[in-house]
Write a protein that binds this ligand. Structure first.
Ligand code: 13P
Length: 249
């Protein structure tokens, strides 16, 4: 059985008390499945309560939805890697499409965050994905490769073992429109080839995200190129998410 990752991105939802309630319900509904690792990305204020409540399940990790590249300083509103780690984070999402397109974060800032996370020994989940107009203009490959290369600029090949890549086409996020499993797998193949060119010697997990749900997860995971899923909306209900993480297991 190949390794699979199931990552839940709660975005700007689930407060600390709700995270504890969620964890209790989720833990009651699931048991570890061989070869599967589960990640939860709560909002920064809920990392500590989620990590505390989920402690004791060796298959579960908690991460931040974003981090700053500087370890400390005058960056009002930002979360540093040491702060996130202190709250219980073992990794972080970087370059999520909402950071890029709602908050205007650049490829270059994304790269700094990836480097800082890998240097600190945390797992970096580098998110890439094209917008609808880019897809329609036939630029999907160009966009995701640009984001991947910029996100990994200055990263030593040996550090790529701390990396996870998530392909999240922007037009599929929260829209109910997901890429077909075959389409997603083709983009994953492109990303995997580039990771090889960049010197990756271990298999970098590549996740798909964008309107993943109980109805399409199995088809996506059946693709050998898809190593897991990064899920927003369908991860917010603990019983529904329990069902997805146990799918086909
Ligand atoms: P949805 O699953 O709600 O489409 O969100 C995907 C996503 O952005 C996960 O990071």
């Amino acid at each position: 059985m190949r390794r699979l990752l199931f990552a839940a991105n709660w975005k700007m939802q689930v407060d600390p008390a709700e995270a504890r309630g969620y964890a209790a319900q989720f833990l009651g509904a699931t048991a570890p499945v061989e070869g599967r690792t589960l990640w939860f990305f709560p909002p920064a204020v809920s990392i500590e309560s989620a990590a505390g409540a989920l402690r004791g399940r060796p298959d579960i990790r908690v991460g931040a939805q974003d981090v700053h590249w500087e370890p400390k300083g005058a960056f009002t509103g930002a979360t540093s890697i040491p702060l996130a780690r202190g709250a219980g984070a073992a990794g972080a999402l970087v370059g999520h499409s909402e950071r890029r397109h709602v908050f205007g974060e650049s490829d270059e800032a994304t790269g700094r965050k990836v480097r800082a996370l890998l240097n600190a020994g945390l797992t970096a989940f580098l998110c890439v994905g094209e917008k609808l107009e880019e897809r329609e203009a036939g630029k999907t490959e160009e966009v995701v490769l640009r984001q991947l290369r910029a996100g990994l600029a200055g990263v030593e090949a040996g550090a790529l073992s701390g990396l996870v890549v998530a392909y999240e086409p922007v037009w599929a996020i929260g829209t109910g429109r997901n890429a077909t499993a075959e389409d997603a797998a083709r983009v994953h193949q492109t990303l995997r080839s580039e990771l090889g060119r960049l010197g990756a010697t271990t298999r970098v997990p590549i996740l798909y995200g964008g309107s993943v749900n109980i109805g399409n997860a199995l088809g996506l995971l059946a693709q050998p190129e898809i190593d897991g899923v990064l899920v927003g909306g369908a991860s917010l209900d603990p019983d529904g998410w329990a069902e997805i993480v146990g799918i086909g297991g």
